[in-house]
Structures are given as structure tokens and as C-alpha cells.
Design a protein around this ligand. Sequence first.
Ligand code: MN
Length: 227
Amino acid sequence: MAYAIPAPPTAVIPVLGGAPFPVRRIYCVGRNYAAHAREMGHDPDREEPFFFMKPTDAIVGNGAEIPYPPMTSDLHHEIELVVALARGGSDIPVESALDCVFGYAVGLDMTRRDLQGAAKKLGRPWDFGKGFDNAAPCAAITPAAKTGHPGAWAIWLEVNGKLRQKSDLSKLIWNIPETIAYLSRYMTLAPGDIIFSGTPEGVAAVGRGDRLLGHVDGLEDLEVSYV
Ligand code: MN
């Protein structure tokens, strides 16, 4: 196929022990841990899940030295489990939702919190707060065939060797199959879609020179730094 301009590259995430995973769409769950919902000033008990998206070219890989992004003075880390889909569909039942999963990875939903906060106040979209360049650091995917599906896996983030966020995946308000099923009622999911599943409490600012180390049990750690 000849195009009018050179075709943009397909975003990919490395896979441990296999060929890279091509990314079609990036979905992110908003508030999905009760303690984080509370720290952001919300009541977790009455909320349906909600979603936003990031562009696929926001993905950066393990070991990246990431330029501190422009137009913010309050860049925040959000450590998250990332779910990568090998199959999709619409109206996927909760009972079979895990059959869609290819594997799991450790990701960071980086957030320009000041821009997100201003957008919330004005009822405007979150894109500039969430969907900017390099906003989706992601370590390699471990296939579910190797790791199984999440139980009470620990999830934590250290910044410069100090613990900032710590929880476990049993504390997700909407677990992985429920999240896939819910999302598939609104959007047709497809192979290559990934889902950032939400962050636990402890989100805070990141500055130039900071080194971030993210962990989820059973998966490759994610390490990036800001310059
Ligand atoms: Mn998030």
C-alpha cells in the first residue's frame, strides 16, 4: 500500500519470551481503588467505572529517560496493572472475559494533575492531562499462559528508592473480568487493546532527576527516570 506520507509506526510493547504486542487502543479506568478514590475527594461506594483513553504513541518502554513534559508543574505518577487483550468483542460476559486476555504488564498512567484538575473544574475533557507525549510508560508483557490471572498480587511504586504507592490487586473495585465486560458494553474491544486498570492510593508529584520503580507480583518491573 502506498500512502500520501510515510505510514506512522505501530506502537508495540515487548513480550517476555515472544514477539512484540502491537497496540490498537489504550483504555484507562478512572477510579478503581477505594483508597485512591477517597484521596481524590470521591465516594467510592456509589460509582460505576469510567474510562478515558491515551494515544498509543504515548507508550514508552522500560529503561526510558523521559523528558519532563511541557505545560505542567505537577506531573503525577499512577502505578497500574496493564491488561493486554488477544481477543475482543462486545457485550462480553464476565464469566468468559479472562479468555480475552493475552497477558499483563506494569504501567504508569502519568498525569499532568494541574491540567486534569483545571479540566475537571471546567467540565472539559482530560486529554491534555492524561494523553500527552510519553504519558504511558509500560514494561514488557508477561503472557497469562505463564503468569496466570491476578489474585492478590502486590502492586507498588518506589520513587528514588522510597515507597510511594502500595496495595494489592484484590483491592480493585472492579476486577479485571468485570472491567473488560463493562467496557465491552460501550466499545467493541479488539486484539491489541490494552487497559490500564486504575491506581491505588499514594499518587504524588514527580520531578526531574526522579527514578521510578514499579512492581506487580509475577511481572517484569518497570523502571523509568525523568530528565
Ligand atoms: Mn490512572
